[in-house]
Design a protein around this ligand. Sequence first.
Ligand code: 16G
Ligand code: ZN
Length: 527
Amino acid sequence: GAVEKGCQQYPRSLQTILSYGTAGIRMRADNLDYILYRMGLLSVMFSKFRKGQVTGLMVTASHNPAEDNGVKLIDTMGEMMPIAWEKHATQLLNVGDDKLEFSLEAIVKEEGIDINIPAVVCTAMDTRPSSVQLSKAAVDGINALGGESHNYGLLTTPQLHYIVCCINTKEQYGLPTEEGYYSKLTSAFLKFNKDKRTSKYLPGLHVDLANGVSAPKIKALKAYLNDSLEINIYNDGSSGKLNYECGADFVKVGQCPPSGIDLQQGMRCASFDGDGDRIVYFYKKKDGQFALLDGDKIATLFASFLSDLVKASGLKLNLGLVQTAYANGSSTKYITEIMKVPVACVPTGVKHLHHKAGDFDIGVYFEANGHGTVLFSDAAQKSILQQASDNSLDKDTREVAGQLITAMNMINQTVGDAISDMLLVETILAYRDWTCEDWDSAYTDLPSVLLKVKVEDRTIVKTTDAERKTTSPPGLQEAIDQLMAGYKFGRAFVRPSGTEDVMRVYAEADTKENANKLAYEVGLQVY
Ligand code: 16G
Ligand code: ZN
């Protein structure tokens, strides 16, 4: 039938075994056509499985080089596709063309799908040269199974997540358009900031857009912000290459400013990644040193702000923070010991953090690399709304609840979102009349380093305890423990990457030199 015909157009061109990975598929764009076609098929199955609710398919390879591309599948509530469905994705990726229909039938059977339910899939893409063609392959896959496709063209990943959520909640979450997105977030921003009186906080922000899809989007956003936030744009794609020497990943890993920004004292800067789901801040310290305000710093800023509001409102809501092993040891210490907010640690990958954040009434989650957001449980949303309109309470208490609602409306709860995170960071800094130095002073990061090690077979390393320890090969953890013991504040771990064929080594210690040494020594253990 139609599926087979599509196979002729998109034959399986790679014989290697692929897997769906940490956050979808990513690789050189050359061989992705058949993969996108097949993921189009899968997204239709998933929509049918969800009784015809809309699912999403985003063509992007995020912070990876411009020559790469990939796909992220989106759940009906706008979150990431459930882990339980990844095995179907992996299965579909690896069968021969002649077995594709059979494989689809197996999914129908296993999941008890009613094949007659009409399916709808929203697609969008980032600015990579290959994205147009790959979107077409995905749409052909969607249509081959009779699914209805809505192509939104260029969007940031979180914008597509937002739109999917809006459609399936019947617009309760907002209007399912790009304009609806800007208007929801910026109305909240303008409302919160309308009476701001600041002296130290300056409204100028300098943003590196990684030469990616966020460039046109930030330009559109600016029209909604009037002059309440002055955004200066860098790396907007007009001359530089996507993610090349710029963007959130470059800045975080290299701990240096992106090219294109001449960093001066007093400048407050941020870097987005290529598809707009990560953000880190940075500035130049008084002593001239580069200082990074990463996902951990953003998480503590959000958590302390929200926990202050919750306290002032008198609401009984439990607030918690979710991190990964990459979180700087100083941040974890600060959150637990000073802020007295509970911290959970989960394996790398937004799906794990997002899931865990749902255990709290208000769950703040961030990866150190800058991907994160805040989740409010249904019960929490309800009690906040109730409090804001309860006329038996005094005006101040009601107003604080109102502030919580406004903050909530500024947050994209479906997934980490650089635009939304940026608006909330700016709101909090203005509210507290803080400079970057004020924000940064809460705690001092331990020097840290992240290495990649090329290995023959990265699957031999198995981890436990949210990737903080290894269980295999035998003896590896004991060796790492011994190395760590040799350094003050020494902490290190290794884990196989879920997106690249490498091992990752992370280390932190009292000095940069010691962190480097520890990482190197641990790296030798897996090399
Ligand atoms: C993906 C993940 C990111 C994670 C990174 C780790 C999402 C949306 N993105 O970019 O959260 O930090 O992979 O990659 O989940 P690694 O497994 O190669 O270290
Ligand atoms: Zn990304």
